[in-house]
Design a protein around this ligand. Structure first.
Ligand code: C2O
Ligand code: CU
Length: 501
């Protein structure tokens, strides 16, 4: 699906045009074209094998110990066949876009032997995993892995859920070119489904020759973040074809690896419950039929887990992305795009999945501290610069992140994140979970643990976190152009651990 006439619009810019490229002229460029339920430790011998997760190739576990997942991962140039014509030159992990699935069980030790076969440095960030900051891929802590060099990431996965991994260096290009993959960590007593599937969604901007179009250093790509003209699901052009048997009860895990694009997600032909968010299963699932417009919003970096059953008379089950698009005159409207089309085919009998009991940290507490992070930007010496609390970091191979706050571990803190200029910012906190408690000062129904909150232009979002994981952690907008032009800082939880720079 090549959308050469209608281009996606980052929702961001609708609130008004303050930054260059976020105005009328901006809308249309486009290049030619859960909390842990168990710690580490020996797994009981009677643990059932992990269920298959369909959609991505799984990394081969090289270690016989059932509690250790040991894998090889190589970042390298590759190509994929996206549209008829030329293959598309990409970067990938183990030659795949998305990279292979890292599949583990809560409490497992994960050892990743990583080789950088790119011709530029890189690091890997394990987005959403509350691991040690030494293994988190922050270029402020880890010396980037140089071309031809290796690094061993070694950590214990403390939480079950749907996560992802991606480059954390030169992310504007490396992420767009394909350096991302998915992680599934299963609960100790996981609910059993007819089938589990994972969908990693991305938008990519291709030229008429099927190549990743060139990267601009000013204009709307920087002001709003680069959006694509082609939607991918698990590296396949949308809509991805599938089939689902009548009677099946499936777990569909959805990851947004989009750079800047945020959208609504809606289903046709299925009864769907939201069972999980960024940080794992919800204490109680909710039906999409019970929420406004029957949809959830997903921003760059976020995840949802859905329980999906086809409706009695449906012939297909469809996931639609509701995306803002602009026509040639700049009129913006929201339109549905099919991401996944599953034909209802065959019939099975399924048992009801049994969900484990999940308890989230309380949000009805008086926070011990309330503070604000102001997201802003402006033009400095002709360049757009993005800031958090007025600070912008220098981004090069040696990231120098300003520490904007220091927290005591395990104490509830409310943070109001406010965007002072029009772009929206999907704001990510490394190494911690939080809950979204208010928008614009009003309570919201957005249950579940998050590591990324969509801060819409001109609307504040208030999060509550207990900052449970000590270390030095990056906080940044997940739009690469915003982060790498300054909207990236660090926080410290407890005592800062040693770092190299
Ligand atoms: Cu997925 Cu620092 O981000
Ligand atoms: Cu941003």
């Amino acid at each position: 699906m090549l959308l050469s006439l209608r281009l996606f619009v980052a929702a961001a810019c609708l609130a008004g045009a303050v930054l260059p490229g976020c105005g009328d002229d901006g809308a249309g460029t486009g290049a030619g074209a859960g909390p842990g339920d168990g710690g580490a430790g020996g797994a009981p011998p009677d643990l059932p094998p992990l269920p298959a997760v369909e959609g991505l190739t799984s990394l081969e576990d090289l270690n016989e110990d059932p509690t250790i997942v040991e894998v090889d991962l190589v970042a390298q140039a590759t190509s994929i066949a996206l549209q008829s014509g030329e293959p598309t030159a990409m970067l990938g992990y183990n030659g795949l876009v998305p990279g292979p699935l890292l599949h583990a069980r809560i409490g497992d030790r994960v050892i990743v032997h990583f080789t950088n076969a790119l011709d530029e440095p890189t690091t890997i960030h394990w987005h959403g995993l509350r691991i040690s900051d030494q293994m988190d891929g922050s270029p402020m802590i880890q010396s980037p892995v140089q071309p031809g060099e290796t690094f061993t990431y070694d950590f214990i996965v403390p939480d079950a859920g749907t996560f992802w991994y991606h480059t954390h260096l030169h992310q504007i290009e490396q992420l767009e070119r394909g350096l991302y993959g998915a992680i599934v960590v299963h609960e100790t007593e996981f609910p059993v489904f007819s089938t589990e599937r994972i969908f990693v969604a991305d938008d990519i901007r291709l030229t008429a020759q099927n190549q990743v179009s060139s990267f601009l250093t000013s204009g709307p790509d920087i002001g709003m973040g680069r959006v694509g003209n082609t939607l991918l699901v698990d590296g396949v052009e949308a809509p991805m074809p599938l089939s689902i048997p009548r009677g099946a009860i499936e777990r569909w895990r959805f990851v947004s690896a989009n750079n800047a694009l945020s959208y609504g997600l809606r289903f046709r032909g299925a009864d769907v419950r939201v069972i999980g968010t960024d940080g794992g299963l919800l204490p109680s699932a909710f039906s999409l039929a019970d929420v406004e417009d029957g949809r959830v919003e997903i921003a760059a970096g976020q995840r949802y887990d859905f329980e999906v059953r086809s409706q009695a008379d449906a012939t297909e089950v469809v996931i639609e992305a509701l995306i803002l698009v602009a026509d040639a005159e700049g009129n913006v409207s929201e339109e549905p795009f099919e991401l996944v089309v599953a034909a209802v085919d065959g019939e099975v009998e399924a048992e009801e999945p049994v969900y484990p009991v999940v308890t989230l940290p309380p949000t009805d507490v008086a926070p011990s501290e309330s503070l604000e992070w102001a997201l802003s930007g402006g033009v400095v010496a002709g360049q757009v610069e993005f800031t958090i609390n007025g600070e912008s970091v220098f981004v090069g191979d040696n990231h120098e992140h300003v520490i904007i706050d220091t927290f005591e571990p395990n104490v509830p803190v409310a943070i109001t994140i406010r965007s002072n200029v029009s772009p929206a910012h999907p704001f990510h906190v490394h190494g911690q979970f939080f809950q979204i408690i208010e928008r614009g000062g009003q309570p919201v129904f957005e249950p579940g643990l998050r590591d990324t909150v969509h801060v819409r232009g001109a609307e504040s979002a208030t999060i509550l976190s207990y900052f449970e994981n000590p270390g030095r952690w990056m906080v940044h907008c997940h739009i690469s152009e915003h982060a790498e032009n300054g909207m990236m800082a660090d926080i410290v939880v407890g005592q800062p651990s040693a770092h190299e720079h």
